[in-house]
Design a protein around this ligand. Structure first.
Ligand code: COA
Length: 264
């Protein structure tokens, strides 16, 4: 993959067919400023067309934080209009973008995931946390509300009651509670965090890229109030029968061999 822009705040690394994106502002606990949002967006756009990348992992640099939120210093003097813009650009460029991404994205939550950090993790399809992770939406402590999808996605993941409690108290939850509540899929030690993510991506790599992409779209359709998830499922299920991946998958099964999906 070729990332044309010089990246200041993120680093990328490819391991087998997985792109690992690390947010790299450790002195600011990896807080998301505009530049970081832009760099993340460009990286995701770039990786989308790269057939060699089957899944992405996003994590934070250092031992302490995944992402400690949107960069508070950057928005401290914003007007109403600028606040609205900040939120809508974030939704468009990162949070909705990742949620609807065509390849699975795993959030490797290696420490504090607060505000925009937890929102980033929640936009990912799967979350794995290290046992030191602390997660919360503390925006009401600052006199704002979550603006990167947190009010919606937290309720989807943990239910409305827990979401209300976390948002209005600004309390942080530890990894163990986050696991119990369904906010993260797994908890590991910090050392094992990426390995657990690779265990998941290794499974994805053997599956049909077309079917994986379609499954992401259809699952999301059920959470989009302009779509009927069941109807979208029927349509997309039918379309699967025209794909090269389907032909190969079924043929391989009948021939008792591993499928080599063409990805079309
Ligand atoms: N935006 C901008 N800078 C941030 C930040 C954020 N969201 N979170 C942390 N930082 C910066 C701090 O200002 C500090 O910078 P400095 O050394 O230049 O002063 C540095 O990161 C280290 O943070 P610090 O607060 O000293 O670490 P800590 O261990 O004492 O506390 C936290 C860790 C996560 C509890 C604390 O940093 C915090 O509450 N951060 C804000 C979380 C938040 O409200 N996020 C939602 C934003 S909408």
């Amino acid at each position: 993959m070729t990332v044309e822009m010089a990246l200041e705040n993120i680093t990328t690394e490819i391991k087998n067919d997985v792109l690992i994106i690390t947010i790299n502002r450790p002195d600011k606990l990896n807080a998301l400023n505009k530049q970081t949002i832009e760099e993340l967006h460009e990286t995701f756009v770039d990786a989308e067309n790269d057939k060699n990348i089957r899944a992405l992992i996003i994590t934070g640099s250092g031992q302490k934080a995944f992402v400690a939120g949107a960069d508070i210093a950057e928005f401290a003097n914003y007007s109403v209009e600028e606040g609205k813009q900040l939120s809508s650009i974030g939704h468009f460029k990162i949070f909705n973008f990742i949620e609807n991404y065509s390849k699975p994205v795993i959030g490797a939550v290696n420490g504090f995931a607060l505000g925009g950090g937890l929102e980033l993790a929640m936009a990912c399809h799967i979350r794995v946390a290290s046992s030191n992770a602390k997660m919360g939406l503390p925006e009401v402590s600052l006199g704002v509300i979550p603006g990167y999808g947190g009010t919606q996605r937290l309720a989807q993941l943990v239910g409305k009651g827990k979401a209300f409690e976390m948002i209005v108290t600004a309390d942080m939850v530890n990894a163990e509670d986050a696991y119990k509540w369904g906010l993260v899929n797994y908890v590991t030690t910090q050392e094992e965090l990426l390995n657990k993510c690779f265990e998941i991506t290794a499974k994805i790599s053997t599956k049909s890229p077309v079917a994986v992409r379609t499954a992401i779209r259809v699952i999301n359709a059920g959470f989009n109030n302009k779509q009927n998830g069941y109807e979208v499922e029927i349509e997309e299920f039918g379309k699967s029968f025209a794909s090269g991946d389907f032909k190969e998958g079924v043929t391989a099964f009948l021939e008792k061999r591993k499928a080599q999906f063409p990805g079309n």
